[in-house]
Write a protein that binds this ligand. Sequence first.
Ligand code: RIB
Length: 299
Amino acid sequence: MRILNFGSLNVDYIYEVEHFVLPGETISSDHLTITTGGKGLNQSIALSKAGLTPFHAGAIGKADEGMLKGLLDSNGVNTEFVEMHTDPSGHAIIQVDKHGQNCIILFGGANQQIDEEFVDKVLENFNEDDIILLQNEISSIAYIMQKAYLKGMKIYFNPSPASIKLYEYPMHYVDTIILNEVEGEQLTGESNIDNILDSLLKKYPEIKVVLTLGEDGVAYADKHRCEYCGIYESSVIDTTAAGDTFTGYFISCIVKGMDIKNSLKFASAAAAIAVSKLGAACSIPSLKEVEEFIIKFNR
Ligand code: RIB
């Protein structure tokens, strides 16, 4: 069993601000950090730090090869399917306020140059024993889902960021969807947690749903069962990539054979560590850090 993450790679420009800029307002930031990000890249790093050896497929501008592909390589991610483009890489402009909350503007760049030809070229290397992970930051998602499903691959989907495009995707091909409340509301039109879960299961009876609830923990539901797990308290510096850390760790726990409840707990601990550090990919903890954090927390 191999895991392929077909996803975005971004350069993140993180501005620390007193408060998020308001309409018509100009504000200054005293701290700019330029670092690696993209929900795809972050999730590949999380999978790898959690002990798996994922393949990453995606597209970047040639100028960022060292920074983006280099980071994946140095973390043991297989990058043979990361393509170089003459277009610039995707980037994100991230404001982080004094409470550690963020807001993000995305520029797709090369992430939006993923075409059907490239998808076919990548997927011909994978088969029904393999897993594919997708987020919502690259082009051709519907096509990837269709092709991967026809090959018998198990599809994990993190529909982030939520957008109108979600309605075009063949979601009935998805094995497990990992989403937050905002994405849940966008997909179902419901705002109550139970209603989001019910609505998704009604629409897609075979799907497994992992619904992250921020400070309120995380809920899991499939047609047989429902589970809930609270959060691990930690000091919040920057919530960027907390969801990506959770996703990578949750999948790796499941792949390693851990049960749902313990996978939710383990992934929540990893996300709690990520929010205590500034940055996206660089805030994702190692397996050892997560294990030590859980031991300390349970003392
Ligand atoms: O989930 C966090 C990520 O969202 C950032 O790294 C940014 O690049 C955007 O994709």
